[in-house]
Design a protein around this ligand. Structure first.
Ligand code: KIV
Ligand code: ZN
Length: 508
């Protein structure tokens, strides 16, 4: 049996289906490039039939991202499959992933089809996809709640039709590890032609068991795991890639398996996805959370200092977390700055490096020591920021005991600059009220989060905001050593994204 577990990343498809996590084209390409750096085996780049934007994103990823197989999702219909092929055809290696539900519940209430009809449709879909590419994956949606004998019949039939990967999703996160492991074992026992396909699993996290179920499947012969960075995905999300990969690596003695993932790129990848989607990673999240390698209790610290392995089962370095490494200071030059960016895996143009370096100098003046985390925040704030429609020129906030907080903001809208003063419940509220007046935007602020990057009172604060316009949520981010300034930047960033979206939609 193969010793490699393939990693099929669906951050750009199932992950993007997380509420409030939609990404624009350039953001999707950045994530896809990072997935290639991580060395995932397959990137599911999207669902091309879903919208023209989804189609374009899959096509651009297929054109621009080299290394992994690029995959497009399609229901078992002619239109979906043809559109998926159109989107992925220019990839170095292209896959069509077609699916149909197999549980009686879905057949009766959603598809209104009999088991025989669904089986025929599944075979038909795989044959259609096979006309375009050798690499065809079939998913039996809601497999975990399907009748096992029927599921095995469908799998055997699609493999005969040419499916090279058969995926067993726990679509609603219903399974329990032991049970799900047994399902995979049964499929491997009962489906005669199973050796002609890779068995894959796709687990959702509704009961918090997505990673455990995926690992139980791997122990029973699954050799592809579908997962997302930071566990993003529909509802409670999908299996988290970093957890699955680090479990297989850390417990190699038990699994006897490996993945192709460059684990030392995990932290940076997780951080990128969090920056882009605005979905913050909880501090106690396994592997990539801020506390994942922090030792608080005296007994733990003592043991850890005597022998790291006493309280650490994997090293921070193995996921690319150089332990708050001091990187640069105010005397560092452009050359050292560029070299550090390259070491950290950034590929920036000269113009982007120049801009980032200017910001670095300002930061180095305000903050004596600059850590890797500061650089990551600086790049997110300066380089990956969309062009400004609203440009902050001045932020002044005043608060004192017994006085009501006031703020003065000068902001330019399409180059026309206005100054407004406003009061508020606190200095941030006053600044936001002034920005709101200048932008003439009444969309509610539905989220405001502050995080300190590295320690100390001179640390940069990083603020994330969420602004809602109807169904859509726009994420804004800002980093600065001044928390009021970081807050203003984050709000204006969200408004810029919202306004860009509105203008693109109306073609202005
Ligand atoms: O959860 C699910 O069943 C899916 C399929 C399309 C694979 O996302
Ligand atoms: Zn899913």
């Amino acid at each position: 049996m193969e010793k490699i577990v393939r990693v099929f990343d669906t951050t750009l498809r199932d992950g993007e289906q997380s509420p409030g996590c939609s990404m624009n084209l350039s953001e999707k390409i950045r994530v896809a490039r990072q997935l290639a750096v991580l060395n995932v085996d397959v990137i599911e780049a999207g669902f091309p039939i879903a919208s023209p934007g989804d189609f374009e994103a899959v096509r651009e990823v297929a054109r621009q991202v080299k290394g992994p197989v690029i995959c497009g999702l399609a229901r078992a219909t002619e239109k979906d499959i043809d559109r998926a092929w159109e989107a992925v055809r220019e990839a170095e290696r292209a896959r069509i992933h077609t699916f149909i539900a197999t549980s009686d519940l879905h057949l009766q209430f959603k598809l209104k089809k009999s088991r025989e009809e669904v089986l025929e449709r599944a075979v038909w879909a795989v044959r259609r996809a096979k006309q375009y590419t050798e690499d065809v994956e079939f998913s039996a949606e809601d497999a975990a709640r399907s009748d096992v004998d029927y599921l095995c019949r469908v799998i055997a039939a699609v493999i005969d039709a040419g499916a090279t990967t058969v995926n067993i999703p726990d679509t609603v996160g219903y399974a329990i590890p032991d049970e799900f492991g047994r399902l995979i074992a049964t499929i491997r026992e009962k489906v005669e032609n199973i050796d002609r396909a890779v068995v894959s699993v796709h687990c959702h996290n509704d009961l918090g068991l997505a990673v455990a179920n995926s690992l139980a499947a791997v122990q029973n012969g699954a050799r592809q795991v579908e997962c997302t960075l930071n566990g993003l995905g529909e509802r409670a999300g999908n299996a988290s890639m970093e957890e699955v990969v680090m479990a297989i690596r850390t417990r190699k003695n038990l699994f006897g398996l490996t993945t192709n993932i460059r684990t030392e790129k995990i932290y940076q990848s997780s951080r990128l996805v969090s920056d882009i989607t605005g979905m913050l990673v909880q501090a106690n999240k396994a592997v990539v959370g801020a506390n994942a390698f922090a030792h608080e209790s005296g007994i733990h610290q003592d043991g850890f200092l005597k022998k790291q392995e006493t309280y650490e089962i994997m090293t921070p370095e193995s996921i690319g977390l150089a332990k708050s490494k001091l990187v640069l200071g105010k005397h560092s030059g452009r050359h050292a700055f560029r070299a550090r960016l390259e070491e950290m895996g950034y590929r920036l143009s000269d113009e982007e490096i120049d801009r980032a370096f200017e910001r670095f100098k300002v930061l180095a003046d305000a903050k004596k020591e600059i850590f890797d985390e500061d650089i990551v925040a600086l790049i997110a704030d300066e380089v990956y920021r969309i062009p400004d429609i609203y440009e902050l020129e001045l932020v002044e906030a005043h608060s004192a005991t017994g006085q009501s907080p006031r703020a003065k903001v000068r902001m330019c809208v399409d180059g026309e600059c206005v100054t407004v003063e406003s009061a508020g419940d606190g200095p941030v509220d006053a600044v936001y009220s002034a920005i709101k007046k200048i932008a003439k935007n009444d969309c509610p602020l539905v989220g405001y989060f502050v995080k300190g990057i590295t320690g100390g009172t001179d640390a940069q604060g990083e603020v994330t905001t969420r602004v809602q316009d109807g169904e859509k949520i726009f994420i804004g981010q800002g980093a600065d050593t001044d928390i009021i300034m970081a807050s203003a930047k984050a709000y204006v960033n969200a408004l810029n994204r919202l306004e860009h979206w509105r203008r693109n939609r109306t073609g202005k």
